[in-house]
Design a protein around this ligand. Structure first.
Ligand code: PMP
Length: 404
């Protein structure tokens, strides 16, 4: 992979922070944007801006075509059967809430939902709210000390009562890659549906929703080189058709009288109101960027970064890693004896290095490890070994200062 050529597509990587070259290791929170995405959003607002669907004038028709083409690009990339199985949302959180609310309406008291102990808060709280609303029971797949799900326990949690299993593909806090194929197969065997939280996966591995066989797949555009405020919920047509709408308003209706409303077809039934048109179009361009890459090379490069960083960090006295799963990618969470993660993050920032510190919206993981948070370095395809060297050198300067 020609990293130099890839880096040249990301203008922000030329920026200086506190006079130092930016080393951006906060890709788990959000990724940077290639010029093609920035330019596409700019072009849309400069030359094509209009509201979509039902417009009789040229600009509206052009904007509609661009927006729907983006949906088609995403459908093709994900291998979904139909483009109307791709619903535009605000992001992963919105996608999961859509399922929790709408699929949740089909559940009854005593039905069960299964999540895991390593979920992001956005894949915990909507299910807790659903269970409270409907009287369903929430069950949790436990996690071992290495940060891997205990799938033998999962098998025992499943029963005819299980209606939905919602798990993350890759953990944002630990980097664990879950065996979602196993999770899906076992859930389907008892007739349960499966939602995969893909917020941390599409930017690292090639995902094909039909090969996976999941019923829902949720992700955010901003984590895969696209704009913020836009995301996707993939859902199987037959399930989406059974689900009631999530929100009411314009675009999601077929006919409205003051007494009664009939609903539009997919995908519009789940897309009430004027959507994030520029975001959708920009996300389509982000997928074109992914299409220009060989995702196996991307994964290999990121794996090399992960291994190199782990090796170099291991040389630091008093370092403790969190998340040492056999299958792991792109994320290193750690603490250094006696140092507060916030102090480390603040001093790293002074040296131009962006990492995340805290609980990473995964408080149950932190509780299990008995810590308030970690320092997290998360890599993307444009990161380099040279940046890791700068990171390690910076840590080696910071540690004696903070230990003083
Ligand atoms: N799930 C996971 C695994 C995540 O990493 C994130 C973002 N950190 C989310 C869900 C929520 O994504 P968003 O805030 O973009 O909705």
């Amino acid at each position: 992979m020609n990293i130099k050529a890839i880096r040249s597509q990301f203008p922000i990587l030329e920026e200086k922070i506190h006079g130092k070259p930016l080393v951006y290791f906060d890709n788990g929170a959000t990724t940077q944007k290639p010029l093609s995405v920035i330019q596409r959003v700019n072009d849309y607002y400069s030359k094509e801006n209009a509201n979509i669907h039902r417009g009789v004038h040229t600009l509206s028709q052009e904007a509609t075509t661009a927006y729907e083409n983006a949906r088609n690009t995403i459908q093709e990339y994900l291998g979904a059967k139909q483009s109307h199985e791709i619903l535009f949302t605000k992001g992963t959180t919105d996608s999961i809430n859509l399922v929790a609310f709408s699929f949740g309406e089909l559940l009854n008291a005593d039905d069960e939902v299964i999540i895991s102990a390593m979920e992001h808060h956005s894949n915990i709280v909507p299910w807790q709210m659903l269970c409270e609303r409907k009287g369903c029971k929430l069950r949790v797949i436990p996690m071992n000390e290495k940060g891997e799900l205990e799938l033998d326990v999962y098998d025992t949690l499943l029963s005819e009562k299980t209606k939905l299993v919602a798990v993350t593909h890759i953990s944002n806090a630990l980097g664990t890659v879950n065996n979602v194929e196993h999770i899906i197969e076992k859930a389907h065997a008892v007739g349960a549906k499966v939602l995969i939280d893909g917020a941390q996966s599409i930017q690292h591995i090639k995902v094909n929703v039909q090969d996976l066989g999941c019923d829902f797949y949720a992700f955010s555009g901003h984590k895969l080189f696209g704009p913020t405020g836009i995301g996707v919920l993939y859902g199987k047509e037959e399930i989406l058709n059974q689900m009631p709408p999530y929100q009411g308003g314009g675009d999601m209706i077929k006919e409205v009288t003051l007494e009664k409303t009939t609903y539009n077809e997919l995908p519009h039934k789940f897309e009430a109101g004027t959507p994030n048109i520029a975001g959708g179009i920009g996300l389509g361009t982000a997928f074109e960027f992914l299409n220009s890459l060989n995702m196996e090379d991307v994964l290999k490069h990121e794996q090399e970064l992960l291994n190199y960083a782990t090796e170099e960090l291991s040389k630091i006295e008093g370092i403790q890693f969190y998340g040492e799963a056999e299958e792991k990618t792109s994320v290193i969470s750690f603490l250094i004896d006696g140092l507060h993660p916030y102090d480390v993050g603040t001093l790293l920032d002074k040296m131009g290095i962006a990492v995340r510190t805290g609980h990473h919206c995964t408080q149950p993981i932190m509780d299990q490890f008995g810590i308030p948070g970690t320092i997290r370095a998360s890599f993307a395809l444009y990161n380099t070994k040279e940046e890791i060297d700068l990171f390690i050198a910076a840590l080696n300067r910071i540690i004696p200062i903070l230990q003083d």
